[in-house]
Design a protein. Structure first.
Length: 369
């Protein structure tokens, strides 16, 4: 006998996430996921490809950055962070094998039976591993079409025992991937600090203070979020992730070959076309604050599609969990007064658990008027 048609309209069923709905053959988008008309990804009927404008988003060649053209590449990096809050990095030095394995093991994790994935469900925001759906499944009035696995990555040896033990190679692959992205984050951060005039290019130019900032990042926080976006029956009515900015310093995002990520640029949504073997680097709120507003955290969202499952891995990096983030004193002067209050993670967590994170609201609350 067929299960009763009511089964999928029970609210508890949505707590199990969208992979579960998809596997149960949902053919119509449940109301729980339907966004108000103004929040839907607008599809312009006359210009269906409007988001795919010819706009070329900045691409940074990491190999060039480490070579004799460093200063030119630093200029491009700086303009990318000022204008878009985002760039793609190619030739980044992370072995392709580490990337492929991470996508592969994540796909296999989401392919496990629901009960196996559900072992990692937790409402504790500070848990070293957390499986869930939407953004905040206890609070969101409208759910977004996304399941996730969050992994705290620092200190790795402390958190590793808590990470999923199934698939069997998960811990090893994800730990390798975490180490590689941390390495790339540090290299990119050196470049960013240098582009802000806060880190000397040569040993003679470096001060102890410069090294101190970088040391903090070495010991900084890292959170990996594996996002799973199954095909969606009515993608025009919902989103995989609503518009938001990432809270950290930088996010290194790996997207598979299925498009979905869009950034807001001059009031328009622009699709970040997947580029094989590249990372999308997002400026987060902490870098906007740290740079005293010179670099902008990027507002982005994810749209879904009816045919192809999509997977992405975001690696969010910042200062240590307990430290304060404020504008660098060297970037404050008479012409550029301090623009943001100091902030810490605790304040951020309090903020997101008390209200739905919308757009760049948290950052707005940190602005000095
Ligand atoms: C995120 C995010 C984008 C994507 O995880 O914060 O914005 O393409 N992901 O999955
Ligand atoms: Ni994001």
């Amino acid at each position: 006998m067929c299960p009763p048609a009511m089964a999928l309209t029970n609210d508890d069923e949505f707590q199990k996430g969208v992979k579960h709905l998809f596997e149960n053959g949902v053919s119509k988008l449940p109301n729980k996921y339907i966004l108000p008309v103004s929040d839907r990804p607008k599809v312009d009927k006359e210009h269906p490809n409007a988001a795919k404008s010819s706009l070329k988003l900045p691409v940074i060649d990491f190999g060039e950055l480490q070579g004799p053209n460093r200063s030119q590449v630093l200029n491009s990096l700086s303009s990318a962070c000022e204008e878009y809050g985002l760039f793609q990095v190619v030739n980044h030095g992370i072995p392709i094998e580490a990337i492929r394995s991470m996508i592969d093991v994540s796909t296999r994790f989401f392919g496990l039976p629901y009960e196996e994935r559900a072992k990692y469900m937790s409402s504790d925001m500070t848990s070293p591993v957390r499986y869930g759906t939407s953004l905040n499944q206890r609070k969101d009035s409208v759910f977004c079409w996304r399941d996730f696995l969050k992994l705290v990555c620092h200190p790795l040896s402390d958190v590793l025992p808590h990470w999923p033990s199934c698939p069997m190679d998960f811990k090893e692959v994800a730990a390798t991937y975490a180490r590689e992205t941390k390495w790339l984050f540090i290299r990119i951060t050196e470049a960013i600090l240098e582009s802000l005039g806060l880190w000397g290019a040569t040993t003679e130019e470096k001060t102890e203070e410069d090294d101190e900032i970088l040391k903090q990042f070495h010991d900084g926080s890292q959170l990996m979020v594996v996002n799973c976006f199954p095909p969606c029956p009515e993608p025009d009515l919902t989103l995989g992730m609503p518009p938001h900015s990432d809270y950290g310093f930088l996010t290194l995002l790996l997207q598979d070959e299925v498009e979905g990520l869009q950034i807001q640029y001059k009031g328009k949504w622009i699709t970040v076309e997947p580029m094989p073997n590249s990372f999308v680097v997002n400026v987060g709120d902490h870098l906007e604050i740290f740079s005293n507003g010179r670099y902008k955290s990027v507002l982005h969202r994810v749209f879904v599609n009816p045919a192809k499952p999509r997977l992405s891995v975001a690696s969010l990096h910042s200062l240590p969990f307990n430290s304060m983030v404020g504008p660098s004193p060297k970037l404050i002067d008479q012409v550029n007064p301090r623009r943001y209050k100091d902030t810490d993670f605790a304040t951020f967590l309090e903020y997101i658990s008390s209200c739905e994170p919308k757009k760049k609201n948290f950052l707005e609350s940190r602005k000095l008027t």
